[in-house]
Design a protein around this ligand. Structure first.
Ligand code: GMT
Length: 375
């Protein structure tokens, strides 16, 4: 099958998920065409079944706002027509679903039908999409998609609550390549971060407000007051300076390391003992799932779709948003002795297996097959 994938190429969860989906489909002998404004970060290896088409937005002095959506729709038309694509799968509604609608109409005029599948990821619905500035276009273009999927039951319900959706939204959960994340820790790396064998606590995100990274620092300060430990922040974004200055204020800055945006998440997660995800909302929490696949238990909030992956007292613990005292107490409960930690690590790994790539990819293939009998 020849599939077009449109996504954000950055470190955000939707781009990571879309890229991993494309790579997995290519491994199953589908031809995959990525259409984005930049090479997706997780698309680094060569695969003969993968094609990359860059969306170029010409700038003219006339434009205060270069019209990305128009350039994207035109690129979609060009790629679909010239590569005879069977289907277009867009990730993140804004502006991908509306650009896809435009491309579909243009191609229909030329006599070519292209089914469009829209996958909703989270902030495209819960933050950005709900904004009155975008809502009518988001509602219209979601409804015009041939199929709609959401990455969790919570996101599906939120979408029905916030928009007048006339179609069924199917839930296909995020996935992880369990085999890839099940890695032995690199001892030398662990020694650099925790030279005296301290517990290693991790957080990975785009440091947007919704992640509440200052809560991560506060929780860690409480853990660190009780046991030798180090905190590793992976990623970057607007709230990083606030997290850094809070760590200084609390006098724990020597125990906290910011390693920036990283591609080899599996190597970093492999040395972790605990993952903190303090978000105000997560439609799913792919970062937590990747941590679990690496055998790292998760302390998270109970927001959004997180209860669909994190099992209370089994793979970690969940608390109300902002309850840093309880999250720290739960963290200490997991980290208190090697035996307990080992049990939680094993249970986290077992739960991740339910979301393995080999279980979830066929669900997308079955969905595609409903629109095109060419698998
Ligand atoms: O987490 C982010 O802020 C990035 C965001 C995105 O859209 O790129 O991630 C969303 O999509 C991921 C993949 O489906 C989900 O696992 C994340 O939970 C979701 N983030 C939020 O809902 C805040």
């Amino acid at each position: 099958m020849r599939i077009g994938i449109v996504c954000y190429p950055t470190f955000g969860g939707s781009g990571v998920l879309a890229t991993e989906l494309g790579k997995a489909l290519a491994d199953k002998n589908h031809q995959v065409h990525f259409i984005t404004y930049q090479q997706p970060v997780r698309l680094s290896e060569f695969n003969a079944n993968i094609f990359y088409h860059e969306v170029r937005v010409p700038t003219y002095p006339l434009f205060d706002y270069p019209p990305y959506e128009t350039a994207l729709a035109s690129t979609m038309v060009d790629v679909i027509a010239n590569n005879n694509l069977d289907l277009l799968h867009v990730h993140y509604a804004i502006p991908h679903a509306s650009a896809a609608y435009m491309a579909k109409q243009i191609l229909a005029k030329q006599g070519q039908q292209i089914p469009v599948i829209t996958t909703l990821h989270g902030t495209d619905i819960t933050l950005v999409g709900r904004d009155k500035t975008y809502a009518p276009v988001v509602t219209f273009s979601i409804n015009e998609s041939d199929a709609i999927t959401a990455v969790s039951e919570n996101l599906r319900d939120e979408t029905y609550r916030s928009f007048k959706i006339e179609k069924e939204i199917e839930v296909i959960h995020n996935f992880v390549d369990v085999q890839r994340f099940n890695k032995k820790p690199i001892d030398a790396f662990r020694r650099v971060i925790a030279p005296a064998g301290e517990r290693i606590i991790l957080h990975a995100s785009n440091f947007r407000k919704v992640k509440r990274v200052q809560d991560v620092v506060m929780i860690f300060a409480k853990i660190n007051a009780e046991m030798p430990s180090k905190l590793l922040f992976v990623g970057d974004g607007p709230e990083r300076p606030a997290a850094e200055s809070l760590a200084r204020e609390l006098g724990i800055n020597n125990e906290v390391r910011f390693v920036g945006k990283q591609e080899q998440m599996e190597d970093i997660l492999a040395v972790g003992d605990l993952f903190l995800l303090t978000s105000e909302y997560e439609s799913f929490g792919l970062a937590a799932l990747e941590a679990m696949a690496a055998g790292v238990p998760v302390i998270s909030t109970n927001a959004g779709g997180l209860p669909e992956i994190n099992q209370q007292g089994v793979t970690g613990f969940m608390s109300d948003v902002g309850n840093v005292d309880e999250m720290a107490a739960h963290a200490l409960e997991i980290l208190k002795d090697d035996e307990t930690l080992h049990r939680f690590k094993q249970q986290a790994g077992q739960q991740a297996a339910a979301f393995d790539i080999h279980t979830i990819i066929p669900k997308y293939e079955q969905l595609y097959n409903r629109f095109c009998n060419c698998i």
